[in-house]
Ligand binder design. Structure first.
Ligand code: ATP
Ligand code: MN
Length: 462
């Protein structure tokens, strides 16, 4: 007989009542008395458990002994309406087999309510908890929603390289990729490392952003998006930074900054709406156990227009707020998360798109405004998160862009400049940090808790 997932069984229970079903999963709890034993079975397909009832007049209690929390079993039995509280149906076990036991002496996930910090230390097992099951199913749904959104809009999924030799994307410190023997580095005559002997014949690293290559895609296919892993070797031990994270980077030919903002707002609302519709049980669980305002906050973001505000006005609001910030705020400063969150959570009380930042604190490829001081950047700032999206209209003018590249002393950019040399067009794009979106939708507090195997300074387990 074919295994039925618990999700399918509960969703269509009327079709299965009074029929024999085969279910397989992991035991959450077993309890009961001398006459009857109840097992709460979870198979990961849903946060909801299926109750299995063992009649001890048919099954000797001794045979159930190995069925402890964490063990894996296969049960065949009849699905019946349940008289008990907490579930509408249950399975009356006819027979069962045990796949694997989980010794109660050593299995770490015994009691409910382990702290998130403890679970981070056993990150290889935490997907088996209700909390991480919920987070990981929501993560899946959001990834699916992202592909849906762009595919429906006619965007092409464009794969940019993870290994790159361009060291000037300016987005953060890079991890070097090398096969050179580190204890015996080949040297040039003047003593520098001789990268001609390295695997790629030049210095290479893991990508910090697929944007520059994404622009090559957009100036050929029109509208593209990337969705892939990104690596940053910054030593930032914050609840919002990972060393390895996933980024979505749409890039659109013929889009001006306003079109870019419209797209970003529509996109993020679509993702949130999709999760609310398809992950209702999981979001409800997280709302009830971690963040009582989660569902309200998600609906609130869906209902309200994002504020659109130039950086200069944002700084004015912060200066006039009278609030004591940890980091000083003045025109020209790269805003810290506390500043961003003040604007969003205390001043406007809704998401804010901050635009037209000073050119000094933004990347070289952003389009210069007529004032010569600011660029057409846009950061989307979210409650609890701060920056969730960073984007801009790109400088399409060959002369201005190459002058800027020269000013900053960047090299090896000739391939990129070809987009401006041949058939240059106005274009725009942005980057959404996938885990920051998952953080927002799950209401979790720490980005290390929304990716199965987090990578951060001094941590590379599993
Ligand atoms: P921040 O100022 O928050 O460090 P950033 O300005 O360096 O971010 P961008 O280069 O604009 O980030 O990258 C685009 C998006 O990628 C950000 O808006 C954010 O959502 C996400 N992001 C950036 N760095 C990280 C990181 N280390 N871990 C997780 N997400 C990140
Ligand atoms: Mn940014």
């Amino acid at each position: 007989m074919k295994r039925i997932t618990i999700k399918e069984l509960l969703a269509h229970s009327a079709d299965y009542v009074d029929k024999t079903v085969d279910v397989k999963g992991w035991v959450r709890t077993r309890r009961g008395n001398k006459n009857v034993q109840f097992v709460a079975l979870n198979d990961g397909s849903t946060i909801n458990n299926l109750q299995i009832v063992f009649d001890l007049s048919k099954t000797p209690e001794e045979a159930l002994k190995p069925i402890t929390t964490g063990s894996s079993i296969h049960v065949r039995g009849k699905l019946v309406a349940s008289a008990g509280k907490g579930q509408s149906v249950e399975v009356q076990a006819d027979n069962f087999e045990i796949y694997g036991t989980a010794s109660p002496e050593t299995y770490p996930l015994q009691k409910k309510g382990h702290t998130l910090e403890f679970l981070r230390e056993i990150a290889h097992l935490r997907p088996r908890t209700n909390t991480f099951g919920a987070v990981l199913r929501i993560r899946h749904a959001l990834a699916f929603a992202i592909h849906n959104f762009f595919n429906d809009k006619g965007f092409y999924y464009f794969h940019t390289p993870l290994i790159t030799a361009s060291d000037c994307e300016g987005a953060g410190a890079q991890f070097q990729v090398t096969t050179l023997p580190l204890d015996q580095l080949p040297r040039t005559e003047d003593g520098a490392v001789d990268y001609r002997e390295d695997f790629f014949g030049k210095m290479a690293s893991l990508t910090v952003s697929g944007q520059l290559e994404g622009e090559l895609g957009a100036t050929a296919l029109g509208n593209i998006y990337t969705f892939g892993p990104t690596f940053r070797a910054e030593n930032s031990n914050t609840p919002r930074h990972l060393s390895e994270f996933w980024m979505i980077e749409p890039e659109m030919a013929f889009y001006e900054i306003e079109d870019n903002m419209d797209l970003a707002e529509e996109f993020i609302k679509y993702c949130i709406g999709y999760a609310l519709e398809h992950c209702a049980d999981d979001i409800r669980f997280l709302n009830d156990h971690f963040d009582k305002e989660l569902i309200d906050r998600l609906h609130f973001v869906l209902k309200n227009d994002f504020v659109r505000l130039p950086y200069t006005e944002g700084v004015k609001i912060l200066e006039e707020s009278g609030k004591k910030f940890e980091f000083p705020v003045y025109w020209g400063v790269d805003l810290a998360s506390e500043h961003e969150r003040y604007l969003v959570e205390e001043h406007f009380k809704r998401p804010v798109i901050l635009t037209d930042y000073p050119k000094e604190i933004k990347a070289f490829y952003m389009k210069m405004n007529d004032d010569g001081k600011t660029v057409r950047a846009m950061d989307v700032l979210f409650p609890k998160i701060g920056e969730i999206i960073g984007g801009s209209q790109r400088e399409e003018d060959f002369d201005k862009l190459s002058k800027r590249i020269e000013e900053l002393g960047l090299t090896g950019m000739d391939w990129y400049l070809d987009t401006r040399r041949y058939g240059s067009v106005p274009h725009s794009g942005f980057g959404l940090g996938f885990e920051r979106l998952v953080l927002f939708v799950t209401g979790m507090q720490n980005i290390r808790d929304v990716i199965p195997f987090p990578r951060y300074p001094k941590n590379c387990e599993y």
